[in-house]
Design a protein around this ligand. Structure first.
Ligand SMILES: [Fe+2]
Ligand SMILES: [Fe+2]
Length: 195
């Protein structure tokens, strides 16, 4: 069942929690995501992520955006703001769960999903971008650590696996990582960037 749009609107209490745990998307974060991820955001593959439920209450696409916002915040907080790191982090985040789209047809159960979706996401990343960056591939392959090996080898992988856990927790608590307005604005800006 796909979440109704209205349920993406946070209550006052949940808005406060969002501020504390930090998935608010300010201008700086939005600009970084657009600069490094608009090609992925505009792809048909990415648009399809909003049709599949994830973590019971959200969609794959909204979860991915929450992860990306959280990861960029970590980069800003720890001065990891060179273009290469930000580009790798945004790309890794936007692609890390693309392989899970179509899970009911691909996997027989949650265990198979856990084992295989990072590998399939890495394949989607290569196909979608035409790139095979070793650090991005490592981040995508290791994003389920510590639930699953391998452990990340590079900082991009550690940032992604951290952001994934934060965003997944917020999904399960039904605190929207990214609101409808933020999601729509981001997708619109990405379209403008690609024109
Ligand atoms: Fe995942
Ligand atoms: Fe994820």
């Amino acid at each position: 069942m796909i979440r109704q749009e209205g349920s993406l609107r946070p209550s006052y209490k949940k808005s406060v929690i969002r501020r504390i745990f930090g998935n608010e998307m300010d201008q700086e974060i939005r600009d970084i995501i657009i600069k490094h991820g608009s090609n992925i955001l505009c792809s048909d593959t990415f648009k399809g992520t909003f049709d599949q439920t994830h973590h019971y209450k959200t969609t794959v696409g909204d979860h991915i955006l929450g992860v990306t916002v959280e990861a960029v915040k970590v980069c800003l907080r720890h001065n990891q703001t060179d273009d290469q790191t930000l580009g790798n982090v945004v790309t890794s985040c936007l692609c890390h769960d693309l392989g899970i789209v179509g899970r009911d047809e691909k996997y027989n159960n949650n265990f198979e999903t856990l084992i295989w979706h990072p590998k399939h996401s890495a394949e989607v990343y290569k196909e979608l971008t035409g790139e095979e960056d070793e650090r991005v591939l490592d981040a995508i392959h290791s994003h389920m650590f510590p639930l699953k090996l391998p452990m990340p080898k590079h900082r991009e992988g550690w940032i992604l696996t951290w952001a994934d856990k934060i965003s997944a927790s917020m999904d399960i608590l039904q605190i929207p990582p990214v609101t409808i307005e933020e999601r729509e604005e981001l997708l619109e800006l990405a379209e403008q960037e690609q024109r």
